[in-house]
Design a protein around this ligand. Sequence first.
Ligand SMILES: Nc1ncnc2c1ncn2[C@@H]1O[C@H](COP(=O)(O)OP(=O)(O)OP(=O)(O)O)[C@@H](O)[C@H]1O
Ligand SMILES: Cc1ncc(CO)c(N)n1
Ligand SMILES: [Mg+2]
Length: 544
Amino acid sequence: MASAAFFSTCSSANENYLHLTPTHAYAKGFVNNLRTSNLPSIALRNERFVRLRGFVAMRDEGASKVSDDGPRMKIPHVLTVAGSDSGAGAGIQADLKACAARRVYCSTVITAVTAQNTVGVQGVSNVPEDFVAEQLKSVLSDMEVDVVKTGMLPSMGTIKIICKTLREFPVQALVVDPVMVSTSGDVLAGPSILSTFREVLLPMADIITPNLKEAAALLNGMQLETLDDMHSAARLLHNMGPKNVLVKGGDLPDSSDAVDILYDGLNFYELRSPRIRTRNTHGTGCSLASCIAAELAKGYPVLAAVAKRYVETALDYSKEIGIGNGPQGPFDHLLRLTSHSQDCHRQKPFSPSDLFLYAVTDSRMNKRWGRSIADAVKAAIDGGVTIVQLREKDAETKDFLESAKACLKICRSHGVPLLINDRVDVAIACDADGVHVGQCDMPARVVRTLLGPEKIIGVSCKTPEQAQQAWVDGADYIGCGGVYPTKTKENNTAIGLDGLKTVCVASKLPVVAIGGIGVSNARAVMEIGVPNVEGVAVVSALFR
Ligand SMILES: Nc1ncnc2c1ncn2[C@@H]1O[C@H](COP(=O)(O)OP(=O)(O)OP(=O)(O)O)[C@@H](O)[C@H]1O
Ligand SMILES: Cc1ncc(CO)c(N)n1
Ligand SMILES: [Mg+2]
């Protein structure tokens, strides 16, 4: 979608753009058309480059339209047919997030719109049955759907339409979450649907996932209070025709574990995980059913597809999140909301001026002075550095990660970005602000794919060609050098001020100069007369 929006924005420029990659963008020549004066930009050789985070647009002089040939990759696809939850903890919204977390595409047919929050359901408006049919047809006639998952189905007519459409457009598997009552006790689908549910939908299902109340309702009010009751319910529901039955025990009283019973007609499986003490369990059922659908779409068998561990991890991770004031809050499907909530400031967007005084740590020098990396970083920040790169060639991964976390805390509390040299894994693990790579490290294009559009990526470059490639690959800046000879990096020939100038002139990215730079020669570097030299990187000058 981002690319489509970009294309339409650009069309008035009367130029044609082709090939989008998930990297940073410098879209050339569109400053006036885009009217985005608030976007960070750099001026160089009378050209302006506007950064559009998220993708690169590359110009293709000859093309008259966006190319649509080339390989088409099939990706697993779940269609969810469910209700919307305005609070976004359950329903369609939970399904989208769960599928995204499981890396599966999710399309949506909305059966009802609920006004809902963490307190309860304040209102329900059913989508007209004809229009549910129209949505189903739109998706199924065009897209290759692997698995359909149903949630809130508010009327008999809606259920019948779904069954009819699925006969017309068969899919690999049907997951039925027989949503009836929200955890707040509000009715989402009344008893009038029960007979249609049993007679028409259940026999088509590959797996159904009732909670205790729903299993009881489908079994005419049978009492379900123990694990034995759940076994019996699973067997009775299986008799109604679904290939597999998962009776969920999230609401089982007096249970220190969250236990679900899976029955495939032959065997019972008791699926157990520790019960997480949390208020944030709204939408666990929808999410579990979507995960099952997602894993089935990838081709896993049913038992492997019941991703209980995922729900447990997400609940555990989200224990501290406080959204809404009601008794039952949503959890975080993507396991991202709490990682930034340390007592530190948020990461701010990268600005080339961050490169002004760029500190690169050196473990040998720290060892010699008997100080930790974190102490060195603290001292450097107190001394005025504007960005820090951790360069640890000897440390064990575990120790490096711990140091990186400690440094990140210090850097965040001072608003100074922290980059990791070379180790993309460590950067991801500690949620650093970015990575700096050399020519023999992981290519910046791959790093960008791994880190996403927001993180900072720097590349060491010695030649104009390397600088050009860094830009194409979606880097944010280049480190150019060694400008002067240095002992910090062996086998690194110095390119001198002339070499630096040649690369800077060719670079579309901001440059930080590196290599043998200290108090005595920093001014000469900054005054070479090329506007994109934004700063100097220092190692020994600081840490020795
Ligand atoms: N506190 C918890 N800790 C760990 N797992 C849980 C917890 N609560 C529920 N689960 C698990 O989450 C999954 C969903 O079960 P649950 O019984 O909560 O469904 P549900 O009532 O349909 O949920 P909802 O209607 O809120 O979407 C099951 O695998 C269940 O065991
Ligand atoms: C829309 C919708 N679907 C399902 C549930 C069950 O959690 C809910 N609360 N809301
Ligand atoms: Mg449920």
